[in-house]
Design a protein around this ligand. Structure first.
Ligand SMILES: Cc1cc2nc3c(=O)[nH]c(=O)nc-3n(C[C@H](O)[C@H](O)[C@H](O)COP(=O)(O)OP(=O)(O)OC[C@H]3O[C@@H](n4cnc5c(N)ncnc54)[C@H](O)[C@@H]3O)c2cc1C
Length: 366
């Protein structure tokens, strides 16, 4: 059986490794966890009303959201990890009507959107008591995902299926056949490599002579530990920088920042706390009550390309697969990307062209 190394155990790498290990591939995951976006993420799975014009991205995000049905079944995820509680969109009234029309149009080929309801101010407050009475649009297919908990489950399943996980940094070089993965416990010769290391694909590929169009973006969010019964609350996608995501057990997230000039910095900043809480305060019933709860920061590094679109494929003429650039929507698109990569490695030739530009748009041999 071929030996496969997956470098980067965030959502894409872990899903790829899981589906390969399930088919009895000899898979080893290397993940140093530093700045990982998946465990820091907010957890909104609701891509249908995005105004992005990139049709390939929308096809990927729509199919990515639909793919959760399979992932939930395959991993037997419970609703503390993935929960379809709906998404509430808060916008000025005129925009809500427009969004309801867009949702109705998009539902024709995305039935996962579920029911589409314009809610009055009173109905919104009844659905989510932390919010001030204000009109909203509710789509029942929106879901919340605990990225960290999903990874814990995936890691358990990879190990159960016979895979190996090293929580270590890895480097890559060409071997006599295939590749050599170097890490601080030694070297492993492997037949194929999957690079799913977020923005770090750039440094890992540089010694092999590739230039990659990818940059880091710092994302900070604030996680409040409250006594609110959050279990059935929907996610609230607000007008402004911050959204409100009530995960399980009273945990309420407010996020996230999109900081393009911070590089790989992971320091929590007061400025982020102030901006996020100020952005959200006007939508809340009793902001001070939430903001005085104990809190911690979740901070990760997103990877993004010049056109904000992801890429994932085999590098031509190499036993090397790469996926990165998932930006702000990687929880939504990541599992489908990981599954498609696993399919490709198994020789099943899934059609990836409808989801992205050709790989050479982002990755060139120097
Ligand atoms: C604050 C925040 C909020 C977000 N909210 C949402 C949301 O609501 N909805 C949504 O869809 N998306 C959201 N995202 C985006 C989403 O989290 C990411 O797009 C997605 O998790 C990226 O997954 P990935 O597997 O590509 O990378 P990552 O999860 O970053 O994983 C890459 C892994 O590679 C490891 N690595 C790197 N180099 C090496 C090396 N040399 N050796 C070993 N390991 C290495 C890293 O440590 C990391 O663990 C959010 C992101 C952030 C930061």
């Amino acid at each position: 059986m071929k030996k496969i190394a997956v470098i980067g155990g965030g959502i894409i790498g872990a899903v790829t490794a899981y589906y390969l290990a399930k088919e009895h591939y000899d898979v080893t995951v290397y993940d140093d966890g530093i700045g990982q976006a998946t465990k820091a993420s907010a957890g909104i799975i609701s891509p249908w009303l995005s105004k992005r014009r990139n049709k390939q991205w929308y096809a990927l995000a729509k199919d990515g959201a639909a793919f959760y049905t399979k992932l939930v079944r395959d991993l037997e995820l419970d609703d503390s990890i993935y929960h379809k509680t709906g998404a509430l969109l808060i916008r000025p009234n005129a925009q809500l009507e427009e969004l309801a029309d867009l949702a109705t149009e998009r539902k024709k080929d995305a039935p996962e959107i579920g029911t589409i309801d314009l809610l009055t101010a009173k109905e919104t407050a009844a659905r989510f008591s932390l919010l001030q009475p204000q009109a909203s649009l509710m789509i029942s297919g929106g879901a919340k995902l605990n990225g960290q908990a999903l990874l814990t489950t995936l890691y358990q399943r990879i190990l159960k299926e016979g895979g190996v996980i090293h929580t270590k940094k890895a480097l890559l070089k060409k071997g006599p056949q295939g590749f050599i993965v170097e890490f601080d416990l030694g070297e492993h010769a492997v037949d194929q490599v999957v690079l799913t290391s977020g923005p770090h694909v750039k440094t890992l590929l540089a010694p092999l002579g590739y230039q990659v169009d990818i940059r880091p973006q710092k994302g900070q969010l604030i996680a409040f530990d409250t006594t609110v019964d959050t279990h059935d609350l929907p996610v609230a996608m607000l007008d402004g920088e911050a959204d409100l995501i009530p995960l399980a057990n009273g945990k309420i997230l407010i996020g996230a920042t999109h900081e393009n000039d911070a590089g790989f910095d992971l320091t929590p900043t007061k400025d982020a706390f102030d901006r996020l809480t100020q952005s959200i305060a006007r939508f809340l019933n009793t902001p001070t009550h939430l903001f005085s709860s104990p809190y911690h920061y979740q901070i990760g590094t997103r990877a993004y390309t010049s056109d904000f679109a992801p890429f994932f494929d085999q590098i031509p003429n190499e036993a090397l697969f790469v996926a990165s650039g998932l930006g702000s929507s990687g929880l939504t698109t990541g599992p489908l990307i990981g599954y498609l990569l696993a399919q490709k490695i198994q020789g099943n030739q899934p059609d990836l062209t409808g989801y992205q530009k050709p790989l050479h748009t982002y990755l060139k041999k120097s």
